[in-house]
Structure formats: structure tokens, C-alpha cells
Design a protein around this ligand. Structure first.
Ligand code: HSE
Length: 440
């Protein structure tokens, strides 16, 4: 059978991984796909670098549109990233009748609805395994492996840069800025690392997983996004003392009222496997009503791990090339006409438990005042830890740290309670609030 001809837009870290793995494992891939898969054309502004990767094996051009215009190209791989030119090129490739493989989570989380509609209208596939959690086949698992289930929740460490930063800060006591530079040097971080540290990259990925898990449209604008820049070593230490690790989690959850979609630092019990995912590794937990809780772990970034996901998509396309559109797995797992309009809930309606740290005056009655406010708000306290004032503030110290863990409560109620506690003259600094998930 004739080989599939692939055009690559962008041959940086991931693109060269795709080219090299395809070359190295071609015979194995043919045995699986039933036909060859060859990169025959590459577009990159840096044509010298592109030629140094592909040699004479593929035609190198500077203009991506020349790839889209080539009638021999069956599949276009978009590895440019971002929402700008990448969006235009993906839509043009679809319009030209090409199947598209992309690792571009930002593009799909923000413009996915438009892109999937265009692909459906044209009868082409848009595949995106590499967009979420790099080499972990989480899209395949959610879309196909767990298709029998009503998914209840998805929670994942889906940004390697922030997990690397949190791990190094905890293990080695290093400063945030030092570790961020290391993550950039290792090639984990986005071109704009604020996307990593402010939680935006994780929210892109959580948005895509929520769409597939619950059959809702991609709605990045409704996601709650909070990064790790406000986290302090003090809270990492207290959490550890209480039996928790702090991880940046992307969480989506089905509730009676709608879907929670949120990214924020989260206390996770140290005994959970996911709490022990260290460095740049990713892991995703999915809970389905039939299967129970499942866990997927692996490299979420890097050249060949991401190439592994891109090539898996190419093999899927190779197998489905001659099938009718109706026989294909829908892009978002659910048939396009069967998407749900379950609302994404505002944060005030989210139900979770909390870690609170209050810097309080070391005076009689303070604990009673604080716990009184929490009790009147109907919030149940799970544990309280009050440090000796001299341990926190030195000998003759006049303040101390009061740490509280709560049971599940509605975030709106917690916001009110925090506002009341903050107004007490005995509360001496901004209250730290970190959400907690038991993931049981
Ligand atoms: N910047 C991303 C991360 C790369 O750190 O996980 C993979 O999407």
C-alpha cells in the first residue's frame, strides 16, 4: 500500500523527535499501520536547521503554505504553537482537505470548537494526543479505553515545568527563580514561561480533557486558572507536616449542578501515588463509574516522548484513511450532535476542602474567634495546628501561625468566612488559602 506523505510545520524539539523516531521505527510502524508513514516535506523559517535534521530525506521550505498546497501531502503536522499563525495554517490545511496532527493545546483549548467544526465539515481528522501530557496516551484512554464509563472526575499533574519547580523547591530548598531557569534550560518550559507558572498551560490541557471526559465544548475562558507563583516554602513545609504534598493540579469534576474546571496548587495526601510524581513527570487520574480510579504516568514533555504521541496519531490516521467519517472516533469522544450543555461552574459553586494559614496575634481567645467564624459559616474543621509562638516568631514572639484543614465546603461560603477572619484585628497578614483534594 502507498505510504502516507506527511508535511511537518516546524522542526524544533518535537519536530526533530517525530522525524527521528519515524525513521528509526519505520518497519515496526509499517507492521502496525499497514503502510509506511514518511515525512516528505518540512517547513521551518530556519531552513538550515531543518536541513541538518532531515538531510535529503525530505524537501525543506521556509513557507508553510507550500506544504499545504502540495497535493501529495496527506497529513499536516502543526508544531508551531500559539494561537496566531498556527490557527490560520491549521484551518487552511483543513480547507485543503488535509488531515491535521497538532500538539498545540493552547490553540485547541481556545479555538477548538471552530477547528473541530471545520474538520467535521471537510471530513478530515484533527488529532491531538501530543497536546495533553506529552507521551502519556491520555486522550486515547479517555476517548476510547474508558468509553464505557460515565467519567466522574479527572485530576492531573499536567505541567512538567511547575512540577519540576515544586519538587526541587521541596527537596533541595532551592528558590523559585533558580529552578525556573533550570526548567527552561532543560526544554520543559513554554516559550513564554508565564504560561507554565501561572497555570495557563495546565488549564489548556485540563480544558481539553474536560471536553473529552464530559462531552462538553472546549471552554478555556470558563476555567479557573491559578499558578504557583504565590506559593511559599512555609506552606510546602506545613503541608508536609500534615501529611500532604502541594501539586499544581488540573481538575475537572462532574457535580449535580455542572462541571468544575480548575487549575490551582492543591494539597494531596502524601500517600497517594500522584503525590509522589516528581520532577518534570506528568500523571493523570481518571475516575469512571465502572472502572473506578485509574492512573496514567509518564513524560509530559520532551522531544521523543511528545513525538511518540504525534506518531500514534499518524498511525491512527493511516488506519482510518480509507474509512468514512462516520466510522472514525469523534474528535471530542462524543458524537458532535450529542454534546452536552452542562455549565462550567463559577468558582463560588465549587465544593472542595481547604488548607488555611493565618498569622495571628498570640493572645487568649484568638483560636475561639477564628473557629467561631468558620463554625457559623457551616464549615466543618478537620484539623487545627497552632505553632508555638517562639518557633514562628522567635523568643518573646507576639504572633504565631494557625493552620486549619477543613472538610468539603462550597467556595462561596469559604470566601465569606475568610473575609470575616481577615477583618479581625488579631489576624495580622493576608490569609493563605490552598485547596485540598483527597482523590480517594
Ligand atoms: N511547558 C509544558 C510543560 C510542555 O512544562 O509541561 C509540555 O506541554
Amino acid at each position: 500500500m502507498k505510504s502516507i506523505q506527511v508535511g511537518l510545520l516546524g522542526i524544533g524539539t518535537v519536530g526533530s523527535g517525530v522525524f527521528n523516531v519515524l525513521q528509526r521505527n519505520q518497519s515496526e510502524i509499517i507492521r502496525r499501520a499497514g503502510r509506511g508513514i514518511e515525512v516528505t516535506m518540512v517547513a521551518d523559517l530556519d531552513t538550515t536547521r531543518a536541513k541538518s535534521v532531515v538531510g535529503d530525506a525530505a524537501q525543506v521550505v521556509a513557507d508553510a503554505r507550500a506544504v499545504i498546497a502540495n497535493p501529495n501531502i496527506d497529513v499536516v503536522i502543526e508544531l508551531i504553537g500559539g494561537y496566531g499563525i498556527a490557527k490560520a495554517l491549521v484551518l487552511e490545511a483543513i480547507a485543503a482537505g488535509k488531515h491535521v496532527v497538532t500538539a498545540n493545546k493552547a490553540l485547541l483549548a481556545v479555538h477548538g470548537t471552530e477547528i473541530f467544526q471545520a474538520a467535521q465539515a471537510k471530513g478530515v481528522i484533527v488529532a491531538f494526543e501530543a497536546a495533553v501530557a506529552g507521551g502519556i496516551p491520555i486522550i486515547k484512554a479517555l476517548r476510547e479505553g474508558l468509553t464505557a464509563n460515565r467519567i466522574q472526575w479527572i485530576a492531573g499533574i499536567i505541567n512538567g515545568t511547575t512540577n519540576f519547580i515544586l519538587s526541587e523547591m521541596r527537596d533541595k530548598g532551592l528558590d523559585f527563580d533558580v529552578v525556573l531557569k533550570q526548567a527552561q534550560a532543560l526544554g520543559y518550559a513554554e516559550a513564554d514561561p508565564t504560561f507554565d507558572i501561572e497555570g495557563v498551560d495546565a488549564a489548556h490541557k485540563a480544558t481539553i480533557m474536560a471536553a473529552i471526559g464530559f462531552g462538553i465544548p472546549v471552554q478555556f475562558d470558563k476555567a479557573h486558572v491559578e499558578g504557583i507563583t504565590q506559593l511559599t516554602a512555609t506552606d510546602i513545609k506545613y503541608a508536609e507536616h500534615l501529611g500532604y504534598r502541594i501539586k499544581l493540579l488540573g481538575i475537572s469534576k462532574r457535580t449535580g449542578a455542572g462541571i468544575e474546571l480548575r487549575v490551582h496548587p492543591t494539597l494531596v495526601p502524601t500517600k497517594r501515588l500522584i503525590a509522589n510524581v516528581e520532577g518534570a513527570m506528568n500523571a493523570v487520574m481518571v475516575h469512571g463509574d465502572a472502572v473506578g480510579t485509574t492512573l496514567y504516568y509518564g513524560k509530559g514533555a520532551g522531544s521523543e516522548p511528545t513525538a511518540s504521541a504525534v506518531i500514534a496519531d499518524l498511525v491512527d490516521i493511516a488506519r482510518m484513511l480509507d474509512a468514512s467519517a462516520a466510522q472514525r472516533v469523534p474528535a471530542l469522544a462524543f458524537q458532535p450532535g450529542a454534546m452536552s450543555n452542562l455549565p462550567v461552574l463559577p468558582m463560588s459553586e465549587v465544593v472542595t476542602s481547604y488548607y488555611l494559614r493565618l498569622k495571628v496575634a498570640d493572645k487568649a481567645g484568638v483560636l475561639a474567634e477564628v473557629t467561631g467564624i468558620v463554625a457559623r459559616a457551616g464549615i466543618s474543621i478537620d484539623a487545627v495546628l497552632q505553632r508555638e509562638a517562639d518557633e514562628v516568631a522567635g523568643e518573646d514572639g507576639t504572633f504565631t501561625d494557625l493552620i486549619m484543614l477543613t472538610h468539603d465546603t462550597r467556595e462561596g461560603a469559604m470566601n465569606d468566612a475568610i473575609a470575616q477572619m481577615q477583618a479581625l484585628p488579631t489576624v495580622l497578614a493576608a490569609i493563605v488559602r490552598i485547596r485540598k483534594e483527597e482523590l480517594a
